[in-house]
Design a binder for this molecule. Structure first.
Ligand SMILES: C[S@@+](CC[C@H](N)C(=O)[O-])C[C@H]1O[C@@H](n2cnc3c(N)ncnc32)[C@H](O)[C@@H]1O
Length: 261
């Protein structure tokens, strides 16, 4: 538990012990190791650290999750970026970082919002950086293939814009269209490690990951995220993630949408 906290900042409280034991059990059996021997192995073997992180992270996500954020992106942030560019007499440029991208539904939902605007405004230079610590989640995100069930909550017209279907009715799967996929770049990144990018971003989505971190880690992370946003840029956090207790006061543009000073 301590090692997982050191590696990824995730706090595994005692209540999570059964979950940890269940997830680890399979790996220990595969390797034929007892827990103590496994802990020694993980301390020195980077590849095993990656495997452990993949085991311990919860990648639950969904297309259009916490939909108010995607409405805000389309109705407030994108028009704001366009009018700022027009005021400067420059072509519009949009940079968004999705910082806990999991299996891709979130960055592709962002890209779908951008794609809708680009239908009317092809000059927009837009890119979404999508990062996560889990290599398994990232592999699924890069593949961009979703079951019928995973896309069921998407509005049918949005679904058709973002995805094309493949296979028979009984085994249908949905593949992200190239026009949406090409807006997203995936990379592995540990939110509590070193970051190489410099920004500035117009928006950062860092949703439903801070809940796993202790308060000090959350405060450090939010401080670092704000430094990568342009002035007035938007930080989207999960609806259950309050910044009230970490001592950083920010203007809000909506529920769990914070504006960089
Ligand atoms: C519950 S999912 C949230 C996914 C998405 N942001 C959403 O709101 O639907 C949390 C994600 O955070 C990632 N994660 C956990 N600790 C991390 C860390 N230290 N650095 C980067 N990603 C991390 C996990 O791998 C997982 O994919």
């Amino acid at each position: 538990m301590r090692l997982v906290h050191e590696l990824v900042g995730i706090e595994l409280v005692d209540a999570k012990r059964p979950m940890v034991v269940a997830r680890l059990g399979k790996r220990l059996r595969q390797l034929g190791l007892e827990l103590a021997a496994y802990a020694r192995l993980v301390r020195k073997d980077r590849q095993e650290q990656v495997a452990l992180i993949d085991l311990m992270t919860t990648n639950h996500t969904a297309w259009w999750r916490e939909s108010a954020h995607f409405t805000d992106l389309q109705k407030r942030l994108l028009p704001e970026v366009l009018s700022m560019a027009a005021a400067r007499g420059q072509p519009p440029k949009l940079r968004i970082w999705c910082a806990a991208a999991a299996t891709g539904e979130e960055p592709y939902s962002i890209a779908l919002c951008i794609h809708k605007v680009m239908g009317q405004l092809p000059v927009l230079d837009a890119a979404v950086l999508a990062t996560d610590i889990s290599t398994q989640a990232l592999a699924k995100a890069r593949a961009g293939i979703y079951s019928e069930e995973r896309v069921a909550d998407l509005d049918p017209s949005d679904r058709t814009l973002a995805l094309r279907s493949e296979g028979s009715a009984a085994q249908r799967r949905w593949v992200v269209r190239d026009e949406v996929r090409r807006l997203v770049q995936f990379a592995r990144l540990n939110l509590i490690g070193e970051w190489s990018m410099r920004g500035p971003f117009d928006a950062i989505f860092c949703r439903n990951v801070m809940i796993y971190f202790d308060q000090a880690t959350q405060a450090r992370l939010v401080d670092r995220l704000l430094k990568l946003l342009r002035p007035g840029g938007s930080l989207y956090v999960g609806h259950a993630e309050s910044l009230a207790n970490i001592g950083i006061r920010l203007r809000q543009a909506g529920p769990s949408i914070h504006l960089a000073p």
